[in-house]
Write a protein that binds this ligand. Sequence first.
Ligand code: FES
Length: 102
Amino acid sequence: MTKITFITSDNESITVEGHSGSVMQLAVQHGIKGIDGDCGGVCSCATCHVHVAEDYFEKTGQAGDIEKDMLEFEDNVSEFSRLSCQLEINDSLDGLVLTVAK
Ligand code: FES
């Protein structure tokens, strides 16, 4: 199981576990506030925007080209922004900390 911690806009820290699928799907399953996943994970809504904790950014890597295009339309983009639907859960992400974008 891979543990992922979400920090919501209320500054609540919620740790959940998953073993497959995308980080967005995991967040939606657990009702993480601020992650809606409106497009179902096809990289066309940006309602799954998160900021990866700097220490973990090496593990998630940079956004892909389509993802970057989508993030251009978002407010509050940082150098650590990712769309969580594009993050596949795997063992290497264990301990990942994500701040839900406002
Ligand atoms: S769920 Fe729509 S871009 Fe991620």
